[in-house]
Ligand binder design. Structure first.
Ligand code: DGY
Length: 332
């Protein structure tokens, strides 16, 4: 009998069809928002689940779903999955690194530029019919070329953003990360490691790309914002919760920093009302990886992992991007 798998979020129909040739598949073509009890109920008797960065896979769910063997996410960030609990339960977890790096870096850079050059704020002004004449300071923002780029979190995406800034825009790059890059990579990227306070004080444009964990909760709050230049911008494409959105709304309202670009929010899809009420912020609905080819590659990788973990297809037994390969081979 074919194993049963659940595809918890709507994904490309042809990928779901491919899974059907290996598994009995239950899916969510309407992309309905399932509550946690509903997700648990739907997982009963299933060996694997394909998730995005949105489904909470925790110890309680694992205890309630004893047949589960594989949790394969199409996101790179996996703060929604309790990895140690999965490992303890013998459940293989995979994510989707690499395939979204360049697309997400493109978006981070675009959001930073839109923020510095006040693109959405000026478009709203134009659409509202308020443009009556040219003036020397109409939506005059900050330069990007030659300005100091600060990258908080220097993983794959941070490095791709640094490369764009250094090579494309002549930006001196400062970064802060728990571990320093090899000197050769620093040299290639033209990037220098600095302490977090230095980064906040010296960056003209700060881009946050650090994964969310309890340790990075409110990594940038009121105290950190107070260190930034009043002309600086902050762009967050990491995860909601890394920035204290309430403190950021105050800093933007009081012009303690010039502007922010945000793709992720604490408690999203809700957005802090203080952010909705200020003009100097560019807001996007968690779409940094959303180019069609990249979303397809992310879903393909999750499906490939699911098939591999459950012994199907060319990679059977060898999931390409397992986060806890030590659980292999799976318990019966
Ligand atoms: C990721 O892959 O982590 C992106 O944020 C999409 O969820």
């Amino acid at each position: 009998m074919k194993p049963r798998v659940l595809v918890a979020r709507a994904v490309f129909p042809d990928i779901v069809e491919r899974l059907r040739s290996h598994f009995v598949v239950h899916d969510n073509p309407g992309d309905d928002a399932w509550s946690q009890p509903e997700l648990i109920a739907r997982l009963q008797g299933h060996a694997g689940v394909l998730v995005a960065g949105t489904e909470r896979i925790d110890a309680a769910l694992l205890a309630a779903c004893p047949t589960l063997r594989a949790v394969c996410s199409m996101a790179v960030g996996y703060n929604n999955i309790d990895l140690p609990a999965c490992t303890a339960a013998g459940v293989l977890v995979s994510n989707a690194p690499d395939v979204l790096t360049e697309t997400t870096a493109d978006f981070g850079f675009a959001l930073m530029m839109a923020t510095a050059r006040r693109i959405t704020e000026s478009e709203h002004f134009l659409r509202a019919g308020r443009w009556t004449h040219w003036s020397y300071d109409l939506f005059a923002g900050a330069d990007v070329h030659g300005a100091t780029l600060g990258v908080l979190g220097m993983g794959r995406i941070g490095q791709a953003i640094a490369r764009r800034g250094a090579l494309g825009f002549g930006m001196p790059v400062l970064y802060h990360n728990r571990s320093r890059l090899d000197a050769a990579i620093e040299q290639q990227l033209g990037a220098s490691w600095v302490g977090k306070d230095q980064l906040l004080q010296r960056a003209d444009h700060l881009v946050i790309v650090v994964p969310y964990s309890p340790a990075s909760h409110h990594l940038v709050g009121a105290a950190e914002l107070a260190l930034m230049k009043p002309t600086a911008t902050l762009t967050n494409i990491a995860r909601g919760g890394v920035v204290d959105d309430a403190a950021l709304a105050v800093a933007l309202r009081e012009r303690r920093i010039a502007a922010a670009g945000l793709d992720v929010f604490e408690g999203e899809p809700a957005v802090h009302p203080g952010l909705l009420g200020v003009p100097n912020v560019v807001l996007t609905p968690h779409i940094a990886s959303a180019s069609l080819p990249t979303r397809r590659a992310m879903a393909e990788l999750a499906a490939r992992n699911l098939m591999a973990v459950l012994g199907q297809g060319a990679d059977a037994g060898r999931p390409p991007t397992a986060l806890n390969p030590e659980v292999l081979p799976l318990r019966a």
